[in-house]
Ligand binder design. Structure first.
Ligand code: FMN
Length: 217
């Protein structure tokens, strides 16, 4: 099945409305592999340092493995979500209850999502001599975001998550999925599903003007 940009959104609409989808992931509707591969083909157009393309993409559909990954995620996410967070002191504080509520929902339902993605990059970020962490992750994360944009333009959604990686979590996930832990780093865990409705809006962000510097800090 090839579905392309099924929603006919403009590039700017896709860029401004690709949200973290948690409560609006359709947990019942299966996601065909063809759609995932189509999104991945687009994502692989992203840049990598020296055109290295040292990435591997692990999709998990198996119910037992999804449950095991969700358990790893929960071990870290539950205390994180329960812990008090320092205030930003600006409008970001207003949206926080909504974000936490949504994140709690995902924490509870993660094992139910149709597909999970763990994108991996060759090497270990902390053991790459002569490579900064920006240089390392810069060869994976642009493609991951492209993948999320491609999902959005086809009526699917995801949420960027990293909490399963904390502590022993990355190693446990590696052992579960057979990822060679010493040779590959995991970039996150991405729940994937069709979205319930396709009407997503731009988020309120800090204004660009407040964050911009011209010709120096
Ligand atoms: C590096 C990174 C790590 C994140 N980790 C998590 C996570 O572990 N769990 C989660 O529910 N959301 C996670 N998020 C999603 C953020 O909470 C979300 O992007 C933010 O609240 C803004 O919401 P929006 O993406 O809908 O605009 C993460 C996002 C990023 C970029």
């Amino acid at each position: 099945m090839t579905v392309g940009n099924a929603l006919n959104l403009s590039a700017d609409e896709v860029l401004s409305t690709t949200r973290s989808v948690r409560k609006r992931l359709d947990l019942e509707r299966p996601v065909p592999r063809e759609v995932l591969l189509e999104c991945l083909e687009l994502a692989l157009q992203a840049p990598t340092g020296s055109n290295s393309q040292g990435w591997q993409w692990i999709f998990v559909e198996d119910a037992e493995r999804k449950k095991a990954l969700a358990d790893i995620y929960r071990t870290n996410a539950t205390p994180y979500l329960d812990a008090p967070k320092p205030a930003f002191g600006d409008e970001r504080d207003l949206r926080r209850p909504q974000v936490v509520d949504s994140a709690r929902y995902l924490n509870e339902h993660l094992h139910e999502v149709p597909v999970m993605l763990i994108p991996c990059l060759e090497g270990r970020a902390d053991k790459a001599p002569g490579v900064s962490s920006a240089g390392f992750w810069g060869s994976l994360l642009p493609a991951v975001w492209s993948f999320m944009l491609a999902l959005r333009s086809r009526g699917l959604g995801s949420a960027w998550t990293t909490l399963h990686l904390v502590g022993d979590g990355e190693k446990q996930a590696a052992d579960l999925l057979g990822i060679p832990f010493d040779q590959y780093s995991q970039g996150g865990l991405f729940p994937i599903g069709y979205t319930k409705g396709t009407d997503f809006r731009p988020a309120k962000r800090l204004p660009a003007e407040q964050l911009t510097h011209w010709n120096g800090w």
